[in-house]
Design a protein around this ligand. Structure first.
Ligand code: ZN
Ligand code: ZN
Length: 641
């Protein structure tokens, strides 16, 4: 998204010449041989022969601005920092260090070569700072991740009265994103300046604003900017669609994509990736297939990120086979493609397949990334492959030179904890060299929830409440553990803590696709026109199933109620509403596919298991952890999730 600004060479006063003789010092009498040498150096640069060009430069008395421009470009292309220093030194000796055009090129070169200090040195040394030089340093520093410094320089630029242009805003907005938590201070400040200076119709600046708000999760602000744009291009549409997709608003992403199609705007590959991710988020298999068709027709099938997203989408929509087909037919693959396939097997609980494909990847010489290990360890965890997982964890350092991060430790703790080896999991945490952090403690607390270990849960949550005091999920987990242990006073105490902090439990939400549309269902839902009918049906079906042996699992209810009242609370869970909605709206023989934003509770799990036999329907539910494929009264997770 970074746009490189083009600055035309300037006709500067003749710079100081390095080895120039007194006789030939007149600017008008450049010897023929010099012209030829300049020409030769330029030709060598164009042919990619940088070393030879630099050698010739050392014999050249009068190199021109254009010669240096090409040399700088060559150094950037060749990614050679040592050659860059040689060229830069010669350029300084020749007196070109005060040339704003070449300074801009040098800053861009150092940005490409990843050296912020050298880019900064060029900037600090030049006295004649035109706007181009400022923009170049803004671009370089934000590209190299030093957003804070961009913002400091930007304030200095304002204080000396140097006017900004549209490129300045683009780079500074990018820097706001890089610098992270500064949005209220700088992002909105820059937004206000953009409007004050009348750049609200500048496409690129406004798109960057959408991008910036998207990255900070300010979806409404992004939407306001997007809607206010008088002209939009595929990149701006794409930015807004990505904003919805990345901020857990998949239905709006899909809706905006349909609108984009209605306006006949051609999507780009970034749009395609966002839309595929939105389909994956809500298990919209049919829409995903339509988009796959579009991808093939428009030739996006040669673009790796698009194809990788497709593999993941099919797996997350529950159709692992289609995901495998896409993977198998890919002409080329990168490590992300392999990771997509490994994590696809992982969420389907196919630990052995995940392990096998991981090993195949390694055998083919593709180096696993830290993400590969997170996926394959997750797969072992969900399949109870504890020993295999432990071996893999050890192989990270020994065989692949990857130092385990907290994420990997969280996987290991989860692997051991799920298998009820909680003491071993606690020992892993105690032996960690780094600070364990919320992820690792969270994995331990989650395992304590599964095995109802109050003592360890209390220890884990004490740390978690310190580390992330506003994460409602931790309080809820602890309350659930107390509820299961029937420690009602403790349940009340934790709920009071939650209330006092003004935190709200994340409410359960399910998505289901029926008749080519995606519907969302929540426990309290006034939007779905069928909701009353569905509620009544859930009660009726549950009564009928209870006559045939279904027993509600009331342990997940956080209130001290009698059994009947608890059952009533459980009947309102969004999974049951979604299953029932599917029974009414999906045609017979069609698998009911549901995705859920939280972990499936024990009762919804046994309700759905029972329902698959009772109604003779296959039901797939993807919860936050993995897939559950319900068929004939059984679940593919083997009740291990
Ligand atoms: Zn439930
Ligand atoms: Zn299951």
């Amino acid at each position: 998204m970074f746009q490189i600004q083009t600055l035309q060479p300037t006709h500067l006063p003749t710079p100081l010449r390095r080895r120039i003789s007194a006789a030939s010092s007149s600017a008008l009498t450049v010897p023929i041989s010099t012209t030829n040498k300049n020409h030769s150096i330029q030709t060598l640069c164009r042919k990619g022969k940088l070393k030879q060009a630099i050698h010739l430069l050392s014999n050249e008395d009068n190199p021109t601005q254009h010669t240096y421009e090409l040399l700088i470009q060559s150094c950037a292309q060749k990614k050679s920092l040592s050659d860059a220093f040689t060229v830069h030194n010669n350029l300084t000796e020749d007196g070109f260090h005060e040339d704003p055009f070449l300074a801009t090129k040098l800053i861009n070169m150092y940005a490409e070569l990843g050296s912020a200090p050298h880019a900064r040195k060029v900037f600090d040394e030049i006295t004649d700072r035109t706007i181009y030089v400022w923009n170049a340093i803004f671009r370089a520093l934000s590209l190299l991740g030093d957003g804070e410094e961009v913002l400091r320089l930007y304030r200095r630029m304002n204080s000396i009265g140097m006017p900004s242009d549209r490129f300045t805003y683009t780079y500074v907005l990018k820097a706001c994103v890089v610098s992270g938590s500064q949005l209220p201070l700088c992002g909105k400040e820059v937004h206000a300046q953009v409007l004050r200076r009348g750049y609200e119709s500048h496409l690129h600046t406004m798109t960057t604003l959408v991008d910036m708000y998207a990255k900070f999760g300010c979806v409404e602000s992004a939407r306001v900017v997007f809607s206010s744009m008088p002209v939009k291009n595929p990149v701006s549409w794409s930015a807004m669609i990505a904003c919805f997709a990345k901020n857990a608003r998949p239905l709006e992403a899909l809706e905006l994509f349909r609108e984009m199609m209605r306006y006949d705007v051609s999507p780009n590959s970034v749009t395609m990736v966002s839309v595929i991710q939105a389909c994956a988020a809500v298990s919209a298999l049919e829409q995903g297939k339509l988009i796959h068709g579009h991808i093939l027709r428009k030739g996006f099938d040669s673009i790796l990120p698009v194809m990788n997203a497709l593999v993941t989408m099919y797996a997350r929509c529950g159709d692992l086979e289609l995901g495998e087909n896409v993977f198998n037919q890919m002409g080329k693959r990168d490590v992300v493609s392999w990771n997509s396939m490994i994590s696809s097997y992982a969420i389907h609980g196919l630990g052995s397949k995940a392990l096998a494909i991981f090993q195949e990847m390694v055998k083919l010489g593709v180096s696993p990334t830290p993400i590969s290990f997170i996926s394959v360890l997750g797969a072992c965890s969900h399949s109870g492959l504890v020993d295999e997982g432990k071996l893999l964890f050890e192989s990270m350092v020994k065989e692949h030179g990857i130092r385990p991060s907290v994420e990997h430790y969280a996987c290991l703790v989860d692997l051991l904890g799920r298998a009820n080896r909680l003491d071993e999991a606690a020992r892993v945490i105690a032996d960690m060299r780094d600070e364990p952090g919320p992820m690792v403690w969270g994995a331990l607390l989650g395992s304590c929830r599964i095995h109802c270990n109050v003592k360890l849960a209390e220890r884990a949550s004490r740390r978690l409440f310190e580390l992330e005091p506003t994460n409602a999920g931790n309080y809820v987990l602890l309350a659930e553990i107390y509820a299961e242990a029937k420690m009602w006073n403790e349940v009340k105490r934790v709920k009071k803590l939650l209330e006092d902090k003004g935190l709200q439990k994340v409410s359960g939400c399910c998505w289901i696709e029926a008749k080519k549309r995606v519907y969302s269902l929540r426990s309290v839902d006034e939007l779905n026109p069928q909701i009353e009918l569905i509620h009544a049906l859930v009660v009726k079906l549950s009564e009928e199933m209870m006559e045939q042996g279904y027993e509600p699992e009331t342990k997940a209810v956080l209130y001290e109620l009698d059994t009947e009242e608890k059952q009533r609370v459980l009947l309102g869970h969004s999974e049951k509403l979604a299953v029932t909605f599917g029974l009414i709206n999906c045609s017979r023989g069609e698998t009911i596919r549901i995705s859920k934003n939280l972990r499936l509770c024990e009762d919804c799990h046994s309700f759905t298991k029972f329902m698959s036999k009772f109604a003779d329907r296959e039901i797939m539910v993807r919860d936050i952890n993995r897939f559950h494929h319900f068929k004939d009264g059984e679940c593919s997770c083997g009740d291990y999730w």
